[in-house]
Each structure stands twice: as C-alpha cells, then as structure tokens.
Design a protein. Structure first.
Length: 97
C-alpha cells in the first residue's frame, strides 16, 4: 500500500514550473494539423535563411579574396632568403632521388 502511494507521489505533486513547460498536443484534430503545418513552415523558413546567410558568407569571402590580392604585392618576410640552391653530393655517395 505504501509503495503505491510513493510511486505516484511525483505525478500528484510535481513541480508546477516543470509542468508549465511540458509540451502537450491539443486535442482538436484541426488544431493539431494547423500547429504541425506552422512548425513545418518555421523549419522551412529557418532552413532558407540559413542557406541564404551561408551563400552570402561564401560569396563575400570569395569577392574579398579576389579583390584583396589585386594590385598589391606580397611583402617579403625579412627572415626569408630568396636564392637558387644546388645540392652538392659527397664524392663516392650515390645520388638519392
């Protein structure tokens, strides 16, 4: 008897704050369909907005990269030595290729 009381204790005296945010489906079938369609429409709008923002970001990056390098020479780093090199082998060693 006592175990049955404690098993249903959380259902009778649950947190009102937790119960306020519990998702419940409406009982009216027409309202269920309408809310389902609204949910699908919201998802479609978010998908389109995300695709447009992503395409704009890619386009902006491509345009910025193309226009940013035009007319500007790349500055040489002071630590880089620009030269021609030739590999000198020791006599008697085979060439490694």
């Amino acid at each position: 008897m006592a175990s049955g009381v404690f098993r249903t204790f959380h259902a009778r005296f649950g947190s009102p704050l937790r119960n306020a945010f519990a998702p419940r489906k409406p009982r009216n079938p027409l309202l269920r369909v309408l809310l389902g369609l609204v949910g699908i429409a919201v998802l479609a709008v978010l998908l389109v907005i995300g695709l447009v923002v992503g395409a704009l970001m890619l386009g902006f990056g491509l345009v910025r990269g193309a226009l940013g390098k035009r007319g500007r020479r790349q500055a040489a780093d002071a630590r880089v030595v620009d030269a021609e090199y030739r590999v000198v082998t020791k006599p008697g060693q085979p060439l490694l290729r």
